[in-house]
Design a protein around this ligand. Structure first.
Ligand SMILES: Cc1cc2nc3c(=O)[nH]c(=O)nc-3n(C[C@H](O)[C@H](O)[C@H](O)COP(=O)(O)OP(=O)(O)OC[C@H]3O[C@@H](n4cnc5c(N)ncnc54)[C@H](O)[C@@H]3O)c2cc1C
Length: 415
């Protein structure tokens, strides 16, 4: 595959763009691979990529039941930040954010990482205290954040009304190198790099069963036939419990639909990301000009990937006091994705009761930002059979052992 460069664009321009190769190959599945990753979302593809890049394991298949990036990876609102409270979270999210800084160069694919700054508004005294505490924890963790006052908030985001009668803005937790990226491009960039290493990315191939013999994985059944392997990574977000069920164990995961919506495109008016956790909403402006808006999850477990009318109303009602301009905007599209929630709102990157099977899930409402770091940690786990320092605390057995990594404030609503 050729490298993308300014010279390639000129060359292809001269020959009417007839010579671009496919970004990734679409091979028939082989009977067996060293390692199989189920799920071609960002986390699955990043896992495969770092298996090859960091550990030299390239006999890998990534199996995807639909199309690449068609799960939550292609449905999220692309916020990237690392201002979490607990040390293990800050370590993996900051590793991830740092990898995003140079991901376009690394993958030779423009993932449009835009470190425009992320602010989490404090609209109650309780939040002020909480975010001051997080800023202090972040300082110790080497994560660059600060607590800023309302005047600075207004300077950074002039369209905001900071004097709301119900929820005045009292300050914000500000991460200047947080921001956004292009979600599809992250999946496409990793897929292209995996394909270049000779890995097989097999779309329209649902895993329907998992073969276990003597407590050890032997392979999977798929809609395109059985495939053998000694190492199996389950990286399927909202479907993780279903895959675990096929292998005969249970996961501490619940699946819920999380919705988002975008407005009609308007002129540039907001160049930061704002999250308002008290009122339950957040917003940024896409490069196309649409206001990208998100709220909370459905209040009941489900596997739908659809929006619902009351969510539009609830989310806009929550945000309109702080962003009065929303009352004049038309909403264009709405959608949902199935997120995988754990009780402490932290992920699982873990060995399982079955030898050779590893899980990476539980990123819930906030896993887009974690894709590079999560892939890095999961690849290490699959390659060595034991978690490295990034994944060590994220075992699925921590719930049994009472070692929660409580991120309900950092991750419960805000993505
Ligand atoms: C509306 C919304 C907004 C969000 N906003 C943000 C945000 O702003 N910032 C942030 O950091 N995170 C956000 N998230 C969360 C983020 O999108 C997810 O945590 C992340 O994308 C999960 O990636 P993944 O690769 O684990 O899962 P997915 O992208 O869902 O990939 C899993 C894949 O597994 C496949 N699969 C499932 N079952 C099978 C099977 N049996 N066989 C084969 N394949 C299978 C699915 O088809 C899917 O493609 C948001 C999520 C949603 C829904």
């Amino acid at each position: 595959m050729s490298r993308y460069s300014v010279f390639a664009i000129v060359r292809e321009g001269l020959r009417h763009h007839t010579g671009w190769p496919r970004a990734w190959a679409s091979p028939e599945p082989r009977a067996r691979y060293d390692a199989i990753v189920v799920g071609a979302g960002g986390h699955g593809l990043a896992t495969a990529y770092y298996l090859g890049r960091n550990h030299g394991i390239t006999d890998v298949a990534v199996l995807e039941k639909g199309w690449l990036g068609g799960g939550n990876t292609g449905r999220n609102t692309t916020i990237i930040r690392s201002n979490y409270l607990q040390d293990p979270s800050a370590a993996i999210y900051e590793k991830s954010r740092a990898l995003y800084e140079t991901l376009s160069q690394e993958l030779n694919y423009n993932v449009m990482f835009s470190p425009r700054g992320v602010m989490m508004l404090a609209q109650t005294e309780h939040e002020v205290r909480g975010y001051r505490r997080t800023a202090a924890a972040n300082a110790l963790q080497g994560v660059e954040t600060e607590f800023i006052g309302p005047r600075r908030v207004k300077e950074l985001c002039p369209i905001m009304n900071i004097d709301g009668p119900r929820y005045p803005v009292l300050g914000a937790l500000w991460q200047p190198r947080g921001g956004t990226g292009r979600h599809d491009a992250v999946a496409w960039g990793y897929a292209r790099a995996c394909s270049q290493m000779g890995m097989h990315i097999i779309e329209n191939c649902a895993v329907t069963g998992i073969t276990v013999e003597g407590g050890q994985v032997r392979g999977v059944d798929t809609t395109r036939g059985p495939i053998g392997c000694d190492r199996l990574g389950l990286v399927v977000a909202g479907h993780s419990s279903q895959l675990a069920d096929m292998a005969g164990f249970r996961l501490p995961i619940e699946s819920l639909c999380l919705q988002a919506l975008v407005s009609e495109p308007i002129k540039p008016c907001m160049d930061v990301v704002v999250m308002a956790n008290t009122v339950h909403g957040y917003m940024s402006q896409s490069d196309k000009g649409e206001m990208v808006i998100g709220g909370g999850t459905d209040g009941f477990n489900n596997y739908t990937q659809r929006g619902s009318h009351h969510h539009i109303e609830e989310t806009l009602r929550a945000l309109v006091e702080t962003f009065p301009m929303l009352s004049r905007l038309k909403m264009l599209r709405q959608w949902g994705g199935i997120v995988d929630m754990t009780g402490d709102r932290s992920p699982l990157i873990s060995k399982t009761p079955v030898g050779g099977i590893f899980v990476n899930c539980g990123w819930g409402t906030g896993g887009f930002k974690a894709i590079p770091g999560s892939g890095w940690a999961m690849a290490e786990l699959m390659a060595k059979g034991e978690p490295g320092p990034l994944a060590a605390e994220f075992s699925m057995f921590r719930f049994r052992e009472g070692r929660f990594i409580d991120e309900s404030v950092a991750a419960g609503v805000a993505h």
